[in-house]
Design a protein around this ligand. Sequence first.
Ligand SMILES: [Zn+2]
Length: 286
Amino acid sequence: MVRSMNVKLTSKLVATAAGGVVALVAAILVAFVLGRTSRTSAYPKDGFFKSYAVFDQTIVEMPSPAVEKAAKDGAVVLIAVSPIEEHGPHLTLGTDIYEAMFFTRGVRQDLGSRGIQAVIAPPLYWGVNNATGGFAGSFTVRPKTMQSLFEDVIASLQSWGFRRFYVISVHGDPAHIARLNEAVDSAGKRSHVSIETITVPWDAAPFPPKLQTDVHAGAFETSFMATIYPGEVNAGLARKLPTQNSFYPRGYWGSPARYTTKGVRAYLDAVVAEMTDEVVQKEKAG
Ligand SMILES: [Zn+2]
């Protein structure tokens, strides 16, 4: 009896296991077919999608008690602020915020090695895009929205105990800079905290080699992105683009084709080092 039950049970188990295997194989096949379909038919064929995480190394990746402890320990807060904006056909919309995040992560790391603890706030990638506002992908928010958002983010951080803030922005639109300065001023007053803007010292070292500092998505930015975030660059297309001396018609201003990756990382590290110096000096001054 026991034996026959065991046999029955065993054959049942075998049948179940076999069914499981069949289901598993079917699931793998479906996933494979779906995966192939999405890889081959999904929109952009070379519209990149080689994602970098803007939350990388920010407080978004920390649990609440660690954030609380950082505030208690007197960590300074670094905030990257640069809007999502079109950058020609060869760079992605995230270019400015990716660039700002590169500097912000670099400064945080350098500060750590100089005994200053810093955390990175989630980046603010909504801003004012007057200059490129006519192109798809250049989000622009109303100045009061940008100001309110900035004030509220600072107020949240302040409520957890953070008191000292450094803003890092690479976006050069004068309207954006004016709004950001106003927002920094009003947020500091509302929350009774210190907020400093660290201007990117583009002249921290000679830019390699003889790249003109063109206006937008040209040789300069293409070099930056190709060095640090190569997945965000269509390199083949960049090499073919003619020089433009206005934003139109292709959404860049300069000479993307002249981009290089030679010596760019060392140049960018020099920029980061100078930004870190500025934060250290301001921290010493209190
Ligand atoms: Zn840019």
